[in-house]
Design a protein around this ligand. Structure first.
Ligand code: ATP
Length: 203
């Protein structure tokens, strides 16, 4: 696929509740392009898309809503406790997300000096090598815990389960090129982003 080599691809990741959305909102407010992997994973399963037909073939029409769209909640319940089913779903959805991600990255590369992609499970995925740099939005586990309890109105136990379902954020630090410390107020975070942008643009 054609790509503008003067454009940098930056992958943004973090842990659950570490502050990815806070970072992407800030970048968007400064007119940077941020591709959202969660949005792509919804787009690729819309009726008529390849993954849509593959999911219906695999899981049956009982996982459809009345309007023919996929009932994500129902599908989520099926794969939640069943690793085999989860693997099947991922094998359908991931290649399509990857394909669309590459398409968009390359398209945007012709009109932008940096294109960001917000990918919660970037380090766990096979997309790492696509990016020129990985930026990690970091906060220690106990801070993430407090933030998601407050944001989602859930108990400490539930928040901990969600955190523990992912790779430990301290492990993600090791493979990241830049760490944005979201450990104080948002101004502290935004200042680091400004500095990182200046360094990236002058590269
Ligand atoms: P998820 O992975 O669950 O989508 P996320 O990494 O996108 O989470 P955010 O939604 O940006 O994280 O942040 C989690 C919560 O913490 C939000 O309610 C957000 O407003 C709050 N938050 C983020 N950064 C700070 C900060 N520096 N100080 C106080 N609250 C913060």
């Amino acid at each position: 696929m054609m790509r503008n080599d003067n454009c940098m691809f930056i992958g943004l990741t973090g842990g659950i509740g570490s502050g990815k959305s806070t970072v992407t909102s800030y970048l968007k407010s400064k007119d940077y392009i941020v591709i959202d992997a969660d949005v792509l994973s919804k787009t690729v399963v819309e009726p008529g898309e390849k993954a849509y037909f593959d999911i219906v073939a695999e899981f049956g029409e009982s996982i459809l809503n009345g309007d023919g769209s996929i009932n994500r909640k129902q599908l989520g319940d099926i794969i939640f406790q069943d690793e085999v089913q989860r693997k099947k779903l991922n094998e359908i959805v991931h290649p399509e997300v990857r394909r669309l991600m590459m398409e968009l990255l390359h398209e945007f590369s012709f009109h932008n000096s940096i294109v960001f992609a917000d990918i919660p499970l970037l380090i766990e995925s096979d997309l790492m090598s696509t990016f020129d740099a990985i930026w990690l939005v970091y906060a220690a586990e106990d801070i993430c815990l407090e933030r998601i309890m407050k944001r989602d109105g859930i108990s400490r136990e539930d928040a901990l389960l969600r955190i523990r379902a992912q790779m430990a954020i301290d492990e993600k630090k090791i493979v990241s090129d830049l760490i944005l410390y979201n450990t104080a107020d948002v101004e502290f975070l935004f200042r680091q982003i400004d500095e990182a942008l200046i360094l990236s643009i002058n590269k």
